[in-house]
Design a protein around this ligand. Structure first.
Ligand code: UD1
Length: 342
């Protein structure tokens, strides 16, 4: 089976995707600078799949590091590019860091792919490219809106860079995946999300509150134009999401005459409000989450959920996990990391 380079492979979505690739028979090489992940993630991966992936500690923004990697690991056929910064607020404070990390890394990979015979790249994009949608569910033909943060802008620019490169006739293929809100953890509780410091995203804040690490969760706004007034998102289980990457990779590598560039939404097709998600967590785990209503968070989108039909019909992929099971997995993972850090 083909050899795949996973950049950012010790991160949250990266680690889950490495496991799924290995279980599908792919050989995996990871490069990660460990800026937002831990080397112990490799142990978790190995405990699930029985295989320790090759690991290079390094930065994808350094083209010489990458060149060395491709020379030392000949025969890499595909890349999945997770190595990127992703905190919306931080990107507003440190735009240059975000443009450098997220764009230079992509430029380096695209530049080296033809040189080393790498055939395809799966790119992690985000539903953030749609901004506040005019209608929901939203499909891939919806207009791209002006980005509201440097982070969001890096995703838009990255999509343009990939598109221009493919249209220029470069001998590579790409599948761009627009994620909605990835949540949960591997059912084995061996890997999951490891936020550094105070979590910015809903689920890690929620599970840390349930664990007593945070006093209470603030729901950012209950005066939105939604049934219960809180924002609506499409929460997609991280293992479901990871599986889509394996299918996308197979599609690129196994169909030499297939499309050179494709874009897919990865979501469940179901919108859930922040308050409904809290309810789901409490129902699934029996644990109460102390929470209060606070003011709106600046820059938040009111409601967005995916029309995933294209991924369902063309990729043959469908989100399968029940949200309560996803919440149980998130909780088991939180309990495990809390036990470790005590
Ligand atoms: C954001 C980005 C998305 C990015 C993702 C991961 C935008 C518009 N969205 O998603 O592109 O991929 O982060 O970093 O840029 N909430 C609370 N209390 C909290 C935390 C969150 O009520 O303590 C609410 C938010 O107001 C929001 C929902 O929960 O309505 C989800 O928030 P979050 O998990 O931060 O993800 P997004 O903002 O949707």
């Amino acid at each position: 089976m083909a050899k795949i380079l996973v950049t950012g492979g010790t991160g949250y979505i990266g680690s889950h995707t490495v496991v799924e690739l290995q279980q599908a028979g792919y050989e995996v090489v990871i490069i990660d600078n460990l800026s937002n992940s831990n080397i112990n993630v490799l142990d978790g991966i190995e405990r699930i799949s029985g295989i320790r992936p090759d690991f290079i500690e390094g930065d994808v923004t350094d083209i010489e590091t990458l060149r060395k990697l491709f020379k030392a690991h000949p025969g890499i056929k595909g890349i999945i590019n997770f190595a990127a910064s992703k905190a919306v607020n931080e990107s507003v404070q440190k735009p240059l860091l975000y443009y450098r990390n997220n764009l230079v890394s992509l430029l380096n990979l695209l530049e080296l792919m033809p040189e080393f015979g790498v055939e395809g790249i799966v790119f992690s994009s985000s539903c953030t490219v749609y901004g506040e949608p005019d209608r929901n569910p939203i499909d891939e033909s919806a207009p791209i809106k002006v980005a509201t943060s440097p982070y969001g802008n890096t995703k838009q620019i990255s999509e343009e860079i990939i598109t221009d490169t493919i249209y220029s006739g470069a001998p590579i293929k790409s599948i761009i995946l627009r994620y909605f809100n990835p949540v949960g953890a591997h059912p084995s509780a061996e890997i999951g999300e490891l936020p550094l410091g105070v979590p910015q995203n809903l689920i890690p804040y929620l599970t840390q509150t349930a664990a007593g690490i945070r006093k209470e969760l603030t729901v950012f706004g209950n005066d939105y134009n939604t049934p219960d007034g809180s924002c609506i998102r499409d929460f997609i289980d991280v293992t479901d999401l990871a599986k889509a990457h394996v299918i996308a990779m197979r599609r690129m590598l196994d169909n030499p005459d297939g499309d050179k560039l494709e874009i897919f939404n990865l979501g469940t097709g179901r919108g859930l409000s922040v308050l409904e998600l809290i309810e789901s967590f409490e129902r699934a785990t029996g644990v109460k989450v102390p929470h209060k209503i606070g003011p709106r968070r600046e820059g938040d989108i009111e409601k967005i959920w995916a029309e995933p039909s294209k991924a369902n019909n063309v990729l043959g992929w469908k989100a399968e996990m029940d949200i309560d099971d996803t919440m149980r997995n998130a909780w088991r993972w939180q309990q495990k990391i809390a036990a470790k850090t005590k």
